[in-house]
Design a protein around this ligand. Structure first.
Ligand SMILES: Cc1cc2nc3c(=O)[nH]c(=O)nc-3n(C[C@H](O)[C@H](O)[C@H](O)COP(=O)(O)O)c2cc1C
Length: 360
């Protein structure tokens, strides 16, 4: 695998510093955490290693104030990195004990400039301590292997359905993390959600602030940046990838993109909604960890996923979604995605580990 910003994907299991000290080992585990997905590939995380523990905080400089004003998706993205870290720790024989929000149960993330040492606002989203003594099963190994193979895949999917046993396993994995995963089969409910995807696209793209924010995270295929989304992740070749930020910023493309996204939701072999019983920052952190389980278990079975989050990004639509899903209570939808079999796509860039480690 070559290309700018793609080096972090080359991490190799065999490079685990078995003879190194705890710091070396924890640093190594973090090389898997940074492969997690994040909104707009903003990678809004920062880590610090303290003795035999790792703390995770939000890098609020990387927030998305227009599409994610409450920082819900930012915490979900950090939760995904936490989930990847736990899966890597398990593979290398560690119990990972997570204390969520160890400093304060509320999400207090002022958009201040973090200190020069990079440790966010100071309040950790999670503290993870490690203890050796796990014998990873072949399932654990498969889940771990998927960390370097998973990508968000926005290409068309085969019609082939996912095996029912896999769907059941994904729902169980989400529920073990304190979340729920509901599949929406083709039919009336799917049609209504697909319409919400279309309405949401139109509402978002009609807002010049949303378009400006999105355009700022779109990169040409030649960009050397280690964050953001290259045009190729949307199927764009070199010339179009150069024009994409301008086109996205300038034109209201909600109608065409909305119809395209609706068609993807209608045609998908599976459409899934991941949610939680309530809607607190703790739930968002759980959602991210559940997401890592779901995406990696899917990938281990060669199944791809692509977010169609418009119905949860527009508050009016999000409020209607639980009723539509038949969840009159205990239903706070957090993410919507389609799943299916598809041809492989390229990975997107990541920042290097030294760029996301707080310097103590
Ligand atoms: C919380 C969250 C929200 C996301 N929302 C969207 C979305 O609305 N549309 C989309 O195409 N991708 C979405 N993504 C996927 C990211 O764009 C993707 O993870 C990122 O660009 C990195 O690419 P990768 O997943 O292929 O590694 C989301 C990811 C996360 C974690």
């Amino acid at each position: 695998m070559s290309g700018k910003g793609l080096e972090p994907w080359q991490v190799k299991e065999s490079d685990f510093p078995g003879r190194g000290n705890t710091q070396d080992r924890l640093r190594f585990l973090l090389r898997y955490a940074i492969l997690a997905p994040s909104g707009h590939n903003s990678q809004p995380w920062v880590f610090r290693i303290q003795d035999d523990a790792i703390e995770l905080a939000a890098d609020v400089r990387r927030d998305l104030p227009v599409v994610d004003p409450n920082r819900r998706e930012l915490v979900i993205s950090c939760g995904a990195a936490l989930g990847f870290l736990r899966i890597a720790a398990h593979r290398f024989g560690y119990h990972a004990k997570v204390v969520p929000f160890p400093d304060s149960p509320t999400l207090d993330l002022p958009r201040q400039t973090p200190g020069s040492r990079g440790w966010g606002s100071g309040a950790a989203l999670a503290r993870v301590s490690f203890r050796q003594g796990v014998l990873p099963s072949s399932d654990d190994q498969a889940l771990f292997k998927a960390t370097t193979l998973r990508r968000t895949n926005r290409m068309p999917y085969d019609e082939r359905l996912l095996p029912p046993s896999l769907l059941q396993g994904l729902a169980q994995a989400a529920s073990a993390e304190g979340a729920w995963l509901q599949f929406v089969p083709k039919g009336e409910r799917r049609d209504r959600i697909a319409e919400m995807v279309e309405q949401g696209s139109r509402a978002l793209a009609g807002d010049p602030k949303f378009r400006r924010e999105l355009a700022a995270w779109i990169r040409s295929n030649w960009s050397g940046k280690r964050d953001g989304m290259p045009g190729y992740a949307f199927g764009a070749g070199m010339p179009r990838s150069f024009a994409m930020p301008f086109l996205i910023r300038t034109f209201d493309w909600g109608k065409t993109q909305g119809t395209a996204a609706m068609d993807l939701a209608l045609a998908a072999p599976e459409l899934a909604v991941l949610g939680t019983p309530s809607d607190t920052p703790q739930d968002w952190l759980k959602t991210g960890q559940a997401l890592s389980q779901v995406l990696l278990r899917a990938r281990a079975a060669d199944v791809s996923a692509h977010f169609l989050n418009q119905p949860v990004q527009v508050p009016d639509l999000r409020a209607r979604l639980p009723d539509l899903l038949g969840r009159l209570s205990a239903g706070c939808p957090q993410l919507v995605f389609r799943m299916g079999f598809a041809r492989e796509v390229r990975p997107t860039p990541r920042r290097r580990l030294d760029e996301v480690l707080a310097k103590e």
